[in-house]
Design a protein around this ligand. Structure first.
Ligand code: AMP
Ligand code: ZN
Length: 115
């Protein structure tokens, strides 16, 4: 998708602090971090959200929990804990419509998933 910011990061047309990359997934630091560790795990294939899953994005997405656990360990989050979330659609506050998963940790994140 030519106007998608995450596609542009995947294509290296826009810079990002990439911490992991393989053939299906890329992970980079969120530009407005909400925790000491705030990474975005992104399937390379464009897919709008979990509500618009494509076959191409499905295999990448299935690997996200495993990669999240690896990145959490790499960033020292296993002891304190961490959170993996995907905002999906307007009510969830999704702002970038290229499927992504937030990996958050490094401080107590609070017990509430919604207000
Ligand atoms: P969401 O609200 O779930 O769609 O999350 C989108 C996230 O992408 C937000 O946390 C933004 O801070 C982050 N974001 C937007 N543009 C960039 C960018 N160019 N590089 C890194 N993170 C970004
Ligand atoms: Zn995209």
């Amino acid at each position: 998708m030519s106007e998608c910011i995450f596609c542009k990061i995947v294509q290296k047309e826009v810079p990002a602090s990439i911490v992991y990359e393989d053939e299906l997934l890329v992970a980079f630091k969120d530009i407005f971090p909400q925790a000491p560790v705030h990474l975005l795990i992104v399937p390379k294939a464009h897919c709008e959200s979990l509500s618009r899953m494509t076959t191409e994005a499905e295999m990448a997405t299935s690997r996200v929990p495993f990669l999240a656990a690896k990145l959490a360990a790499d960033h020292g989050l296993v002891g304190g804990g961490w959170r993996l979330i995907a905002n999906t659609g307007a009510d969830a506050g999704q702002t970038v419509f290229h499927l992504h998963f937030h990996l958050l940790g490094g401080k107590p994140l609070g017990g509430k998933l919604c207000q």
